[in-house]
Design a protein around this ligand. Structure first.
Ligand code: NAD
Length: 459
């Protein structure tokens, strides 16, 4: 599509929506099956495209772009009828006799704008939810992952109904041209700064938005934690995709009593995962482009002492998995979302100090806690806010289809995955159906003598 031909894309997709074809459950089911077929047939090509874009190992490409989406599509196929059917609710006495229910309606023409870091999953998983809910949809992949974007643009029209699903490739200008149109829902995944631009554009048309943003997700390690397990799970969540994961543990707050022991465990874990020279490891990815490489390397400056890593190569867009200690409070690495393979580890007096640290900052996308103490777990979960959370793990909550996935405050609004995603792209219309036969005149004027009865009925 050229810029001129997608000028009126929202209207074109809304015209398709108005034909009613996308509301039909058999159409939705066929589209979901076709999407599953796309993933099953082209899993290797998807992993290769992502490798071309950011050097991601095949296993990470497969698991996090193909596997995760397949699980969600199969789940949606199983649950579709239940999600789409009217949801009965009780009727109050004053309305009897009547039926009350929630009619689950698709919103219409939706726009989905994706980021580069999980370029296939983060575009096609929301697309799946939008289609399951019966919408038409325009997809704008990130220009910063060109191989993956080109693959999506090539494959989607071969599998999905082009009257209802369109891919528009292009950069910021394209994104802005799309945002200028009137949509019935906008779903954006990306940085907080662009999230604000998206919300402003949506406000022009009072279009509802889902904003899946980023932030600095803290990881709390208590003195009683199993440090070996904590190190492994933190290292995996941090260094998968070379740290370019919205849910990555951004920094660690560790009880000072086990600070050094945790650092040792992290260093050993990095060596076990990636060998003595991670630059040679086939299991460690690269940074997406020069700009981001320079940004992350810049964070090393004044960002504490590397206990492992710290090496980098601009030519290869490589930055070693790096664990940082003695990080000054004002260091830039503690101010902005790192989005790269650097892990600052900060000692705290106890977990209450960690809670205070977290609560003094914007709400993160995720919060991770390592402890065996159930009371501490409840205290941390009860006194902090974040989009999602894991106890004794990182990132894995995103793989549970029935858990809402989304941010809160600065890390975003709205959520998806499973039924929550289906509902995000649906309008929940409240409906009352009454019979014309019985009509108690209590609510109609003249009101004389009726107040006592009204008070009784509405109690
Ligand atoms: P980004 O905000 O730079 O870009 C995302 C999309 O917005 C791209 O498609 C891009 O073309 C478009 N865009 C960029 N500038 C724009 C502008 N001025 N006007 C309109 N559209 C514009 O984000 P990114 O660099 O691709 O991704 C990294 C960020 O995304 C990180 O902050 C990360 O935490 C966040 N993220 C969040 C999630 C989540 O699920 N919450 C997932 C992945 C990434």
């Amino acid at each position: 599509m050229t810029l001129t031909s997608h000028d009126a894309l929202a209207s074109t997709l809304r015209a398709t929506f108005r034909t009613g074809k996308t509301r039909d459950l058999s159409w939705r089911r066929a589209q979901l099956r076709a999407l599953l077929d796309l993933f099953e047939t082209h899993a290797d090509a998807i992993a290769q495209a992502i490798h071309a874009d950011m050097g991601r190992p095949a296993l990470e490409g497969w698991a996090l772009e193909v596997g995760v989406v397949q699980v969600e599509i199969r789940h949606a196929l199983k649950q579709l009828d239940a999600w789409a059917r009217p949801r009965k609710v009780a009727s109050p006495l004053v309305n009897l006799p009547s039926r009350s229910y929630v009619q689950v309606q698709p919103k219409g023409a939706c726009l989905i704008i994706g980021p580069w870091n999980y370029p296939v999953q983060l575009l096609l998983l929301p697309a799946m939810a939008a289609i399951a809910a019966g919408n038409t949809v325009a997809l704008k992949p990130s220009e910063l992952a060109p191989a993956s974007s080109a693959l999506v643009a090539d494959l989607v029209p071969k599998y999905l109904d082009s009257d209802a699903v369109q891919v528009v490739t292009g950069g910021v200008e394209t994104s802005q041209a799309l945002l200028a149109q009137r949509w019935d829902h906008i779903f954006f995944t990306g940085g907080t700064a662009v999230g604000r631009i998206v919300m402003q554009a949506a406000a022009q048309h009072l279009t509802p938005v889902t904003l899946e943003l980023g932030g600095k997700s803290p990881t709390l390690v208590a003195a009683d934690a199993d440090l070996e397990v904590a190190a492994r799970r933190i290292c995996w969540g941090k260094f998968v995709n070379a740290g370019q994961t919205c849910l990555a543990p951004d920094y660690v707050l560790v009880d000072a009593a086990v600070h050094d022991a945790l650092l040792d465990a992290l260093v050993q874990c990095v060596a076990r995962f990636y060998g003595d020279d991670p630059a040679q490891s086939p299991d460690f990815g690269r940074i997406i482009n020069e700009r981001h490489h320079a940004r992350v390397v810049g964070l090393l400056d004044g960002g504490g002492t590397p206990v492992c890593g710290g090496q980098w190569s601009a030519e290869e867009r490589y930055i070693a998995p790096t664990v940082l200690r003695d990080v000054p409070e004002e260091a830039q690495v503690l101010q902005e979302e790192i989005f790269g393979p650097l892990l600052p580890v900060l000692p705290v007096a106890d977990m209450d100090a960690a809670i205070d640290y977290v609560n003094a900052r914007p709400h993160p996308l995720a919060l991770y806690l390592f402890t065996r103490d159930a009371a501490l777990r409840d205290r941390v979960l009860g006194s902090t806010q974040s989009g999602g959370a894991c106890v004794n793990d990182t990132v894995s909550h995103a793989g549970v289809p029935d858990l809402p996935f989304g941010g809160v405050g600065d890390s975003g609004m709205g959520a998806y995955h499973g039924q929550v995603g289906f509902d995000e792209f649906s309008h929940l219309r409240g409906v009352v159906v009454r019979t014309p036969r019985l009509d108690v005149p209590l609510r109609y004027p003249p009101y004389e003598g009726k107040l006592t009865w009204v008070k009784r009925v509405l109690r």
